[in-house]
Design a protein around this ligand. Sequence first.
Ligand SMILES: O=C1O[C@H](COP(=O)(O)O)[C@@H](O)[C@H](O)[C@H]1O
Length: 243
Amino acid sequence: MIPLPENTKLLPDAEATAREAAERLLALCVNDGSERLSVCLSGGSTPKRLYQLLASREFLGRVLWRKIDWFFGDDRVVPWDDPLSNVRMVREAFGSGEPVSASRFHFILTEKGAEAGARAYEATLRGHYGADRLDPRRPLFDLVLLGLGTDGHTASLFPGKPETKERDAWAVAVPEAGMEPFVPRISLTFPALASSREVLFLVNGKGKRETLRRLAEGEDLPARHVTSQGRLTWLIDRDAADA
Ligand SMILES: O=C1O[C@H](COP(=O)(O)O)[C@@H](O)[C@H](O)[C@H]1O
């Protein structure tokens, strides 16, 4: 087995990581007394099964949908019906039953380009938060879901790119992606992701093994810079961990 990040929960397979994440989201719904919860979704392929599960017969009735506002950690600057779009992936995974009402889905606008989209999303987040500055006593998100790219990126914060250094903005334009698909992106920044009560990384499959090893060896990859004001947990399956 390769060395794993601190706070790793090792799970048998991809299905188990999705189920563990779903159960943690449910626990948040049930245990949190607040009227509203803000959840930040990850994109790419890894979380699709989690979103399908949440909308499945097994989980649908247990998720307190009316409590939750759904945000996005990043998106590709393509139309929302493009196969590369994270909006499309999430909508397809939640399915035609559309458990989330339109007003509770906060998509990243892409039609006017990366810069305009990032500014608009930051305005959306600030409006929802009700302030222009993040207060450490009042996190922006209750739960942030994140993935890990094979190059060590997370959200759309790629190794060596200037967006990883952003300390003020909550959302940034990423004109050049560091790996495929090579389309511009819009991403939340480290300070916005850190303003969270809980962060969950989902990492599955052999393809991520080498990246996890590089992280464990201390390489300065973007995923390493994610923090949370609360818990940060890595849900990793045996294939990724070589276990
Ligand atoms: O480009 C992206 O990649 C990462 C990892 O994606 P995966 O397909 O390996 O799960 C993802 O977390 C991010 O949201 C996405 O835009």
